[in-house]
Design a protein around this ligand. Structure first.
Ligand code: AMP
Ligand code: ZN
Length: 463
């Protein structure tokens, strides 16, 4: 029984998909013009966990998860003007980096990764329908959505109209009939990317889509009119998701955009939200040089996804220590089994992704294994491994886990160099040259490398 807290209904609800053979989820992805920060990654990791839970329940082939790339946007145009790099070079580069970094966090690739520029025709078609149905109007090169025409507007964010206007702090453009109306399409200057609009809009010239329109059009195209789950960070509730809801419902005779709305809480630095505008960000790009991606994933999942989480060095250290304890158990076993994930951990995760409880469950499974020996211990460890795997943990081979070093420290002695020294030592021992073999052992020890001689030769780990 999967229960999810639905931000629109404001309650925890039993998850029932529209079609068990095609469960659909959409998460608003990054605007690709610079490096993501670890706060952005919280959403990606949380919804990766949900993707894994859905796949377990409905089967891998029956879950479609789409996460977009916003690759046309004022910030991208600005970055291109500043650096002189073409827009497509910038967006391709940062999309690739985003995917690579998320892979290091053990995030599965989404089933679909639609791009905004790949769906301009769909955005134009959606806008045309909204104009024809009377929900949108053209003015001074823009097309605007008439918020007053959608009676449910504001239901997700809950604020009343005045609060929303104050919160949005928008400068009221003269071409808006109502200050709350938002842009579907806007004119492009000659040196900006743009697309011709249909003559029926009667605005002439080239233009480009607004951000909110992009998601509604991509969802309609790749997933359908009504999807099962729509996710994102809680800051996207207003205006972004409110506007997505309005556009999609009005284009689809009132059919809801999503059956369940999920929002993750903020990652914080001290008392503040981590954000580019405040400049208090930590980047996965830098963090991954110092910490294993799985450690960072563990840190992000240590709090319940709807609670704020403070990002600190202590949190990362604690996460590493906990993972070390689990991996130590796996490393001490000379074989492993494959078993089902224990029910207790599934229950925690299916209870609105209660990851703190699920992690406590992992520790209990470890404690049980530690009290056993022989085959029962192997079996208990396998249960722990299966439970962790459902959360995207324990993807490393235990031996490799302890060999992993931060980039900065491994510069002196790479794994390859260590393997080469071990081979040299083995040859020396075979030749009974114990002076040499002892010297190599001491050299490695000076680098913090521990050698363990076993029946199948020597193994090593970073001590
Ligand atoms: P942005 O690049 O600001 O559009 O954000 C991309 C995604 O990251 C959105 O889903 C945001 O809600 C989310 N996000 C941004 N900052 C944070 C943060 N400090 N904590 C959690 N999520 C965040
Ligand atoms: Zn969106």
């Amino acid at each position: 029984m999967l229960q999810l807290y639905d931000s629109l209904a404001r309650e925890t609800r039993l998850f029932v998909p529209g079609d068990e053979n095609r469960v659909t989820m959409y998460v608003c992805g990054p605007t690709v013009y610079n490096h993501a920060h670890i706060g952005n990654f919280r959403a990606a990791v949380v919804f990766d966990l949900l993707f894994r839970l859905l796949r377990r329940r409905y089967g891998d082939a029956h879950v479609v998860y789409a996460r977009n790339f916003t690759d046309i946007d004022d910030k991208i145009i600005k970055a291109s003007k500043e650096t002189g790099e073409p827009i497509t070079a910038i967006t391709a580069k940062y999309a690739r980096i985003y995917d690579e970094e998320l892979a290091a966090f053990n995030c599965l690739p989404p089933s679909l990764k639609p791009t905004a520029t790949g769906h301009i025709a769909e955005m134009i078609s959606l806008t045309t329908r909204l104009i024809e149905l009377g929900f949108a109007y053209a003015a001074e090169g823009h097309v605007l959505f008439s918020v007053g025409k959608f009676s449910d507007y504001g239901r997700l964010s809950g604020a009343d109209a005045d609060e929303r206007l104050a919160g949005a702090r928008v400068e009221v453009a003269p071409y808006k009939r109502d200050a709350a109306d938002f842009v579907l399409w806007k004119p492009s200057k000659d040196d900006e990317p743009g697309w011709e609009s249909p003559p029926s809009w009667k605005i002439g010239g080239r233009g480009r889509p607004g951000w909110h329109l992009e998601c509604s059009a991509m969802i309609e195209k790749v997933l359908g009119a009504t999807i099962d789950i729509h996710g994102g960070g809680q800051d996207l509730k207003f205006p972004h998701h409110e506007n997505e809801i309005a556009q999609s419902a009005c284009a689809h005779q009132g059919a809801p955009l999503a059956r369940y709305w999920l929002h993750n809480g903020f990652l914080k630095m001290g008392a503040d939200k981590m954000s580019k505008s405040l400049g208090n960000v930590a980047l996965p790009r830098d963090l991954l040089k110092k910490h294993h991606g799985e450690t960072l994933r563990f840190a992000l999942l240590s709090a319940h996804y709807r609670q704020p989480l403070e990002w600190t060095d202590a949190l990362i250290e604690q996460s590493k220590k906990q993972l070390d304890k689990f991996y130590r158990l796996f490393a001490d076993l000379d074989h492993s089994e494959s078993v089902e994930c224990p029910e207790s951990v599934i229950l925690s995760l299916e209870d609105d992704m209660n990851t703190p409880e699920a992690i406590a469950g992992l520790h209990e499974l470890r404690d049980i294994a530690m009290q056993l020996d022989g085959a029962p211990r192997v079996r208990a460890a396998a249960r722990l491994k299966a439970a962790g795997a459902l959360m995207g943990f324990f993807a490393e081979d235990a031996k490799d886990w302890f060999k992993w070093t931060p980039l900065s420290e491994s510069a002196g002695l790479s794994s390859d160099a260590i393997e080469a020294l071990l081979a040299e030592r083995a040859a020396a021992r075979k030749a009974k040259d114990f002076a040499t073999s002892d010297r190599i052992r001491d050299d490695l020890a000076a680098h913090g490398i521990v050698i363990e001689d076993g029946p199948n030769g020597a193994t090593w780990r970073r001590g």
